[in-house]
Design a protein around this ligand. Sequence first.
Ligand code: HXC
Length: 277
Amino acid sequence: MVNTLDSTFVSQSSWKPDLFKGKVAFVTGGAGTICRVQVEALVLLGCKAAIIGRNNEKTIGVAKEISSLVPKGSDGTDAVLPIGNVDVRNPEHLQDAVKKTVDTFGRIDFVIAGAAGNFICDIANLSPNAFKSVISIDLLGSFNTIKACFNELVKSKGSIIFVSATFHYYGVPFQSHVGAAKAGIDSLSSSIAVEWGPLGIRSNCIAPGAIGGTEGLKRLVLKEFEENGADKIPLQRLGSTKDIAEATVFLFSPSSAYITGTVQIVDGGMWHLGTTF
Ligand code: HXC
């Protein structure tokens, strides 16, 4: 499965070129598979972006690759700013990252809280520290991210997308930690929609299903499912990172100006089956 986009995303898509010209995105986990392609879509549509990651070298490399999809700015700057060595569990790291983004691009319009950690473990063997680690990265990290961006979002009347999941809609074994974190994220997003709506800020979640070629699928799913499991999904195929990118563009676009506090599930209808892979 190819996990990158090119200019055909614009020429063959429903979106007009320059849809996001003048806008700036702040994306945690932006060097990871799903968030990287979300950033590619935004950048191909004229947005600038800061990608925030724990691994400095990976973040720099991915920023270069995404920047190469579009011409440099008239001042010679790349479209994507890498900000590495950031742990989303540390609010000060995020405050610094926001400052660097604003120093470089002048503003923040869109936030994607995508940084996540996960592993397979049953509850009996899950240590308190293991549970806390995933809650701290996924839920507290998302909270720290939007708190750090708040002042900029007020100025821009911006929009937030949290990367959620469908685990907590039913009981998924060996995923109690991440299910609890993502349930918390959905709740946090709803509260933001209500508290910050009057400020002109929108907040929504995207809940991906089984997306081919991702770290999540590799970690969570048997190889046989990735190769032969598509017929178990109502739409008869695994999802792609492009499917998530399309939903992202919609939720940040003016077409969704009256949509806040929602969860956009992008899973080919799978969660309705109420089964795991
Ligand atoms: C049981 C585990 C474990 C495992 C770690 N721990 N891995 N327990 N099974 N496989 C325990 C450790 O023993 C320790 O507990 C505690 O978790 C913290 O571990 P550390 O390694 O010290 O934590 P840290 O370095 O902060 O690592 C965080 C992490 C790690 C989440 C545990 O996996 C990580 O950094 N992941 C980032 C990359 C990642 O996960 N990508 C996948 C994203 S996919 P003790 O008690 O021993 O101290 C994804 C998909 C979401 O998120 C859903 C998609 C649908």
